[in-house]
Design a protein. Structure first.
Lengths: 127, 493
């Protein structure tokens, strides 16, 4: 038990990303307003982005630009690939949010509500 | 492995097409369809050329920007890739032919945007198939999904809600996949599929690897609509407009299935997924439950389009079952079913679209007597329906046959029972339609039938159902078998 706790404490940045991920999932599942669900999704995606960034971090390492003083030791530099990947993932997540907001606007125009129970009622009536 | 520019040319075709569609319609509003058809024809031509090249000379690759593999991103095409790319572009070409009238009748005011997004969807799907890089797969995954959400939102009033739900689930699925890739990267330091495949076996006992298997399989299974993650699909397919359903239903879940085959079979290897971990067995049994549940739900529908949507879940689950078994014959059956189901489901959805656009309805009773009024259309419908049930010599029979052989070889008798039983359920829901089409008198109703442009693709698909059935052994031995993972051994009983 204490071993697990020590292991988790030593990896606290990962624990934080997992908590953030769970928070996002709760927002998506537990909230009834569709905008809040979307915010939950954004939190969830941010958690994954942070997971990659934490993984790239190396204590005491330099920016990933070759430096004669540090030489060719890969451990002297922060891993740049996860940052590059996450730049792309952020773009993807912005695009997803954009499309989702556009859909929400259309839903509101069609049914006059973004609250899930009300929306289900409105959809039944429109049938 | 030979170098070839064909993979990148296929992708560039779609990029160029999507841009030209938008620009061309600024000047000539009616140019959208012509540009789309030109793009689709070129892409299909290149895909067939790619298939030919792969059959003749084995797998080919293209290094993007000239960077050598584990550093750069590469596009790789073997037999499976080339076959699935041909399915994607071929189905798109036929639906494109059909779309001219359908799009004018349904969404005339947004024609150019619709075609542009359609081409972006195809870019994403063919990119997912062609890429040899795990992160690149995620990017194409999201490109195709985003275009898919937009296309599905075009439909009746409730399509937007269905699309939003799909967006939430789809993005979670893609995020799970991305997280799984993060674990692979942390373990191996590479994102190239071939490179990762070479490094992973040494790490087979690492718990992080198991987590990555679970995350990636769950993420892709969500997009494939494997039970119990299938709820988004029925609404999305039912409320979207005809052209969208006809293109999304046959190929989108299939491409997700392809991605699963690629990663489970070639990156992790079935030895890990099916033998060391219970993931393969879980996938097979969940698929089996999905087959039964969705077939029963399909039986309960009176709306034909919705019935076909449920049947799509069941049919994709056949593919999931084949992958889960992790046995060469079953995998060959799964790949063959990607082809066969794409052809037959595209045909069925196009026919429901034709009936709806001609002024008939979507319920079972609206199909009374239509066989006499649209004989060619419903002849093709009947062939596709027989293939869905699995009656020889149609393609559907052979893919199920290979799946059953694989199930017996793997000693999973229970799954074979599900395969046989679901054929009966399929017959149950489709023969209800066929009986109304051919054996009931038609009500008095004025139909405005679509022109030859809409009938020709349906008839071609109907013919293809039988042709692919007759060609099945050639496809399996020449295209699929050489491309199966070498660790699995060949197709021998």
């Amino acid at each position: 038990m204490t071993e697990t706790l020590v292991m988790l404490l030593a990896r606290w940045p990962y624990v934080c990303t997992v908590l953030l991920m769970l928070l996002g999932l709760y927002g998506m599942l537990g909230k009834q307003n569709l905008v809040k669900k979307l915010i939950g999704l954004n939190v969830f995606q941010t958690a994954i982005i942070l997971f990659f960034i934490v993984q790239a971090y190396r204590s005491g390492a330099s920016v990933p630009i070759w430096d004669p003083a540090l030489g060719n030791d890969p451990d002297a530099y922060v891993d740049p690939i996860p940052h590059g990947l996450m730049l792309t993932a952020i773009v993807v997540s912005v695009a997803v949010t954009g499309v989702a907001l556009a859909l929400l606007i259309r839903i509101y125009r069609n049914f006059g509500t973004l609250d899930e129970p009300d929306l289900l009622d409105a959809m039944k009536r429109s049938r | 492995m030979a170098e070839s520019a064909l993979p990148i040319l296929i992708l560039l075709c779609f990029v160029a097409g999507a841009i030209v569609v938008v620009l061309a319609t600024l000047r000539r509003p009616d140019a959208a369809w012509i540009v789309t058809m030109a793009t689709l024809t070129a892409a299909f031509g290149l895909s067939v050329r790619l298939l030919q090249a792969v059959i003749d000379g084995g797998a080919v690759r293209h290094r993007l920007g000239g960077w050598v593999a584990p550093i750069g991103i590469e596009l790789v095409a073997d037999g499976l890739t080339a076959l699935v790319v041909c399915v994607v572009t071929g189905i798109a070409l036929l639906v494109g032919l059909y779309a001219r009238e359908a799009v004018r009748r349904e969404i005339a005011e947004r024609e150019s945007a619709f075609y542009a997004v359609l081409l972006v969807l195809l870019l994403g799907l063919s990119g997912m198939v062609l890429t040899g890089d795990l992160f690149n797969l995620y990017v194409f995954f999201e490109i195709s999904s985003l275009a898919g959400y937009a296309l599905i939102a075009v439909g009746d009033k409730r399509a937007v809600v269905a699309s939003f739900r799909y967006l939430l689930l789809g993005t979670v699925g893609a995020s799970f996949y991305l997280l799984g890739v993060g674990f692979i990267y942390a373990l191996t330091g590479t994102l190239n599929m071939a490179d990762a495949a070479a490094r992973l076996p040494a790490l087979a006992d690492n718990p992080a690897l198991r987590v990555s298997v679970a995350l990636i399989v769950t993420g892709i299974a969500l997009k494939m609509a494997v039970f119990p993650m299938q709820a988004w699909l029925a609404d999305a397919y039912t409320h979207a407009c005809t052209t969208t359903t006809a293109i999304v239903a046959p190929i989108m879940t299939k491409v997700a299935a392809y991605a699963l085959i690629r990663i489970a079979g070639f990156v992790y290897g079935f030895e890990l997924v099916s033998e060391r971990l219970p993931v393969g067995a879980a996938l097979a049994w969940l698929s089996a439950i999905g087959i039964v549940v969705s077939s029963v739900l399909a039986l309960a529908q009176t709306d034909v389009k919705r019935m076909l949507a449920y049947s799509s879940i069941a049919q994709v689950s056949y593919i999931g079952l084949g992958i889960g078994l992790g046995q060469p014959w079953a995998l060959a059956g799964a790949v063959l079913h990607v082809l066969n189901h794409a052809v037959m489901k595209c045909c069925l959805f196009l026919v429901t679209g034709t009936v709806q656009l001609a002024g008939g309805g979507r319920t079972l009773d609206d199909y009374r007597g239509l066989g006499r009024r649209m004989p060619w259309t419903f002849a093709a419908f009947t062939l596709a329906a027989l293939a869905m049930v699995g009656i020889p010599p149609t393609g559907g029979f052979f893919s199920k046959w290979y799946l059953m052989v694989g199930g017996l070889e793997a000693g999973a008798g229970g799954l074979v029972v599900v395969l046989v039983g679901s054929g009966l359920l399929t017959a149950g829901y489709l023969f209800r339609v066929l009986e109304r089409v051919w054996a009931r008198p038609a009500p008095d109703l004025v139909l405005r039938p679509l022109g030859a442009g809409a009938t020709v693709p349906i008839v071609l698909l109907g013919v293809a159902v039988v042709v692919f059935g007759l060609l099945n052994s050639w496809i399996v031995t020449r295209v699929i078998a050489p491309a199966l993972p070498t660790a699995m051994g060949g197709l021998e009983t």
